[in-house]
Structures are given as C-alpha cells and as structure tokens.
Design a protein around this ligand. Sequence first.
Ligand code: DNO
Length: 352
Amino acid sequence: MKPEMLLSMRWYGIHDRVSLRYIAQIPMMRGIVSGLYDIPAGEVWDKSRLKNLKRTIENAGLKFSAVESIPVHEEIKFGGPQRDKLIDAYCQSVRNMGEVGIPVLTYNFMPIFDWMRTDLEFTLPDGSTCLCYIDAALERIDLSEGTGDLPGWGAAFSAEQLAQLKACYEGVDEEALWKNLEYFLKAIVPVAEKYGVKLAIHPDDPPWSIFGLPRIITSQAALKHLCSLVNSPANGIALCSGSLGADPAIDLLAIIEELGDRVHFVHARNVKTMGHRCFYETYHADQTGNVPLPAIIRALYNRGFEGPIRPDHGRMIWGEVGRAGYGLYDRALGASYITGLWTACGEKKKRS
Ligand code: DNO
C-alpha cells in the first residue's frame, strides 16, 4: 500500500496574514500545524480553545495535524522549585490535546532562546531574501534590549528577565540539562501515551551552544539518547532537516534509518553552509544545499511514514512581506516540491 502523505503547513491563527483559505489552495495540502500562541509558558492550554481552533481548521477542509509548540517553561529546563507544578500544567495541556484529537505535539528544550538567526533579510543574488546565521555576528548581538523574538518562540525576554534567567542557568551544564529533560519526560510521556499524543522533540536550532548556554539536542547520538530515556513509542522526534542540516557532520538519512519509528513529524527545508557555523536558508529544491531532500522523502516514503510533514521556512519572494520564514509563496513552492518528490516515489518505473 502506498503511504499517504499528510502534507501540512504552519499557521499562526486568525491574525496570520497567510489565510487558511490560501493554504488550502496549495495542491495536496491536508493539514495545519498550529497552537494557542497567546498563552504564556506554564499555563494550561484550555480544551475548549483547542476545540475551537480545530473547528476553524476543519471548516477550511484541513486537519489539525500537530501542535507546534506548547512552550516548556524555563523553570522546567533549569530545574527550579516550581517545576513540578509547571510539569503538571504541561501534562494537563497534553491530556486536553489528546481528548480533542490532535495527534502530534512538538516542543523543544532549548534554554532561553528558541531558534536563532542573525539576519532575517539576507539578500540572495536573485533579489529574494532569507534568514541566515553567522556565528561571528551572534557575538555582536546586543542583548541589552532583551532576547529579541522570532516566530514561534515560547517567549521573548526583556533585558531584566534575561539577566535573571541567565543567573538561574548558572551551573546548569549539559549533564544537568539532560537530567532535567529526563525528569520532564518521565512525567509527560506516560500521559502522552495514554491520551494518544505523539511527542516530537524539535532539535536545537542551530545545533550548538549559543550565548554560553547549553544545548543538547544537537546530534544523532543525542536524539537516540532522548528516545532511550523513556522507551515509549510516544517519545519521539521532529526531524527538522534545516536545523540538523546546519551541521554538515549530521547525517539525516542515518537518523531516519536508526530512529525512523520515532520520527513523528518532519520539517522539510534546506540550508546552505557559507563557512564554519555560518549558513543561510536556501530554497527547498536547491541541489547545492546541505539537505538531500529527495533522498529524505524517499527514505520516509519507503518506511511508510504518514505523520505530518511541513515545508519549513521559505524565502521572501515576489515582493511578499510578512513573518520571517513564514510567508506563503516560497513555502507553497516547497510544498509542491515535496509533493512531487513523494508522488515520484510511488510511480512504477516505466519500461523503456
Ligand atoms: C521555527 C520553528 C521553531 C519550533 C520550535 C519547536 O521556525 O521550527 O520555533 O517551532 O523550536 O518547539
């Protein structure tokens, strides 16, 4: 049997300038990845609000295929005194998701900063713009105004909050962060399993330490370790090809091969290295990029993967303005590229 692709698109809710109607016009689009972005980290995601969001998505003819993300409160990550209470709240959100019938939850365990870029409008030779990361530029970022903010961050922090948080992370090295992640997983995985929710940790983006803070979900070995911490099918990963692909030493196909059963969600995008710890987000189909998307899609197809797969960040093309990485046009091109790759996997070879 041919596996069916659950092609999905991230949508930021009714204030997103990319409408559900436009998303639904993308050929083969079936799912929406979304969340309740106004709820502060640590608070329970209300069941009736999740239901409403699901209904809105279904009214557009689409399926609510994944939540991205319920933010993990910093205190859970650094292991503060309130963490049990906060973990209980997280478990309640997972229960609510499960009861409403949303099958996948992605989350991350990056201290203070979520995904990070140093330029949101890096101009390419063809005049399009994209996001990029240059390690040397990171050092020049002025944090006296706080963390700044990128789409999908759990929270942006003011300079004052940032200073307090940094102090809380003093003494939290990689080992301690792993312990805190294990503590969190031991509480949430059984709940996810019971309520039919598949957890998909998002790899750290970029997959190395920034601003002196530890980052641990940075390699194939780390993903494997994560899966072994609580050995349940509900405890899985989001294969974000662009996050992991930023480190050319990471073999995305080997991850699918080794951990394929735990891949519950796929973010498909491409990046191109410009130097050590220096990359930009190129178009999905770029054959000179770091990410072998045709081989990745084939590997997923061959394993019968039917979880949500979404084209991740796009460039800004054709004069579009909007949320960094989350415009319509280039992501729609990415979606169609993925569809083409997937469809080709199902075609029988023609006799010559
Ligand atoms: C960026 C996204 C991230 C992602 C979180 C998952 O575009 O991939 O914001 O949603 O890291 O928790």
